[in-house]
Design a protein around this ligand. Structure first.
Ligand code: OSB
Ligand code: MG
Length: 369
């Protein structure tokens, strides 16, 4: 097949609530929707779910627009390819830009899924019919507010509680959660807020029986994560540090983590996600699916990935309407009363893309042919 045309939509759906982590507060979350049209008349959509600022990863929403237009599209437009492997080989000269690549790659997965009449789950080799879900709870104004949100989510059936931490918002809040809710399934995500000099805080956290601590140290520091993992019993989960299966191999080699958070956007797509999944499985490292506050389009691909067998821990996959006033698919997924999402079995995205909504929330559009 050949890609005849790509349309990039920078879309911004108003948020219901802001989301605060150690790296900053997301109050607006523009995203890039990539529409791909092939010479055979097939159409697919993907999402490049970077943040609007470079505080999580350097690639931002605007950088995705630029990279897709200037660097990615010239390498793929009107070029022949049969498989995702061949598509990604065309993109090999481009370093990083994983969110941008994911936007395109996912749109092509959708097209192949439609063409072959197989669901994304089937194409990927997914084995799980449903995905366990936990909410990722941002840093709040008060401990009281945090406890209230946890209470609500537990009553709604969510399988796991993840809270964001940073120096000054860590031991006390974890302690308050344990005091109120006892031995619930609890984990924390630091988004790189600590260094090895904070070892005394990290050792204190170690006493609270957390399922894992996500990305305590810098995103380029699997060496220090290895040093830290030797000193604490809580499993370290890497998020920001892992951009590829090669990164996963090195982190496993150094014993820098016991768990990996796989986000298709961060690692450059579903194919790379599967490679990370596979190398982790071989090495008895369990994985789970993270999120980038995607719309229903991006989340649909995450759901497909999370159906692979080694996705053991609940996913960061709270419904789109937790964050946004609207969505870009018609009947988005929901979380049932036991905290599970059912994985679609239909070809394509598994959810109907609402192009009217894409147009409604578009703030910038580029047609590339
Ligand atoms: O570290 O997992 C993270 C959102 C934006 C950037 C980084 C992270 C997150 C989340 C939200 O935790 C997860 C979600 O999409 O629900
Ligand atoms: Mg994280």
């Amino acid at each position: 097949m050949k890609i005849k045309r790509m349309i990039l939509y920078k879309v911004e759906i108003p948020m219901i609530t802001s989301f605060t982590t150690s790296f900053g507060t997301v109050t607006e979350k523009p995203t890039v929707i990539v529409k791909v049209e092939t010479n055979e008349g097939l159409v697919g959509f993907g999402e490049a779910s970077a943040l609007p600022f470079p505080f999580y990863k350097p690639e931002t929403t605007d950088i995705c627009m630029l990279a897709l237009k200037e660097y990615i599209s010239p390498l793929v437009l009107n070029k022949k390819f049969k498989t995702i492997e061949e598509l990604m080989n065309l993109l090999k000269p481009i370093k990083n830009h994983n969110f941008s690549k994911t936007g395109l790659e996912c749109a092509v997965w959708m097209i192949i899924s439609l063409k072959e009449g197989k669901s994304l789950k089937e194409l990927l080799g997914g084995t799980q019919d449903k995905i366990a879900v936990g909410e990722s709870i941002g840093i709040k104004k008060s401990i009281k507010e945090t406890l209230e949100e946890i209470d609500l989510r537990l009553s709604q059936g969510f399988r796991r509680t993840k809270i964001k931490i940073q120096p000054g918002w860590d031991i006390e809040v974890v302690k308050a959660i344990r005091n109120k809710f006892g031995d619930i399934y609890l984990m924390v995500d630091a988004n790189s807020a600590y260094t090895l000099s904070d070892i005394s805080i990290l050792k204190k956290l170690d006493n609270y029986n957390l399922t894992m601590i996500e990305q305590p140290l810098a995103d380029d520091d699997i060496v220090d994560h290895s040093t830290l993992q030797k000193q604490i019993k809580t499993p370290i989960c890497l998020d920001e540090s892992i951009h590829s299966a090669e990164d996963a191999r090195r982190a496993i080699y150094l014993d820098s983590c016991k768990i990996i958070n796989i986000k298709p956007g961060r690692v450059g797509g579903l194919l790379e996600s599967k490679k990370i999944h596979d190398i982790c499985k071989e090495n008895k490292i369990s994985v789970w699916c993270g999120g980038m506050l995607e719309t229903g389009i991006g989340r649909a691909f995450n759901i497909a990935v999370a159906s692979l067998p080694n996705f053991i821990y609940p996913a960061d996959m709270s419904p789109v309407n937790f964050f946004y006033k609207d969505d870009l698919v018609k009947d988005s997924f929901s979380v049932d009363k036991n905290g599970y999402i059912t994985v679609p079995n239909t070809p394509g995205l598994g959810f109907e893309v609402n192009e009217k909504k894409i147009q409604k929330y578009t703030i910038e559009k580029l047609v590339i042919e």
